[in-house]
Design a protein around this ligand. Structure first.
Ligand code: HEC
Length: 157
């Protein structure tokens, strides 16, 4: 499965209480939007046990990465998480001009923002998207993407 639960799912209640002081607990609607999935190019699939992740983005983003250029503002990258052949959730990253300025430097992931959508398109308000950013920040040299290399080697028609 996507590794959030593994990494953050287990926490002693005491530790959790301490952690939540001074931290944003619930998700905020941010600038990220749900794209029209049908218009995106499915460039790689990651299998994790019972979970199948279809990862997709725009043609323009793939072309930019293949040319060694920055991914343009306005790009969505979506991870569609399927379980039992049904959509379980959508993980969405979207890049916008200067969107990084919404966050302080410690949290910022370039100009990318993150969101977790339920299958009905509503936001999962239980998630704090700072967690997404904390993990993806380790890929700062690759557009904050784990599947950057798959995107770069994807052959467009
Ligand atoms: C514990 C680390 C971790 C956290 C937390 C995390 N991700 Fe990821 N994310 C990954 C990994 C690793 C992949 C590559 C696919 C895989 O291995 O399942 C990935 C892939 C993605 C992708 C596909 C593009 C890419 O980077 O390859 C999107 C979109 C994404 N995550 C969004 C999110 C969102 C939204 C959240 C928060 C709700 C989130 N992620 C939280 C580790 C994380």
């Amino acid at each position: 499965m996507h590794c959030i639960a593994k990494t953050f799912g287990v926490g002693a209640p005491v530790a959790t209480t301490v952690l939540l002081v001074g931290m944003q607990v619930h998700a905020e609607p941010n600038r990220t939007t749900m794209p029209d999935i049908g218009k995106l190019v499915h460039y790689t699939t990651v299998e994790r046990g019972e979970v199948t992740e279809h990862i997709m983005t725009t043609r323009e983003a793939i072309e930019a990465v293949r040319r060694g250029e920055p991914i343009p503002a306005g790009t969505h990258v979506v991870l569609v998480d399927y379980r039992d052949e049904k959509v379980f959730r959508y993980f969405v990253m979207e890049k916008g001009k200067d969107w990084g300025l919404d966050y302080d430097e410690a949290r910022r992931t370039g100009d990318w923002q993150f969101q977790w959508y339920k299958p009905d398109g509503s936001i999962n308000m239980e998630e704090n998207t700072a967690r997404c950013q904390r993990c993806h920040t380790s890929r700062s040299d690759r557009e904050f993407l784990y599947t950057f290399n798959d995107m770069r080697s994807f052959e467009l028609d």
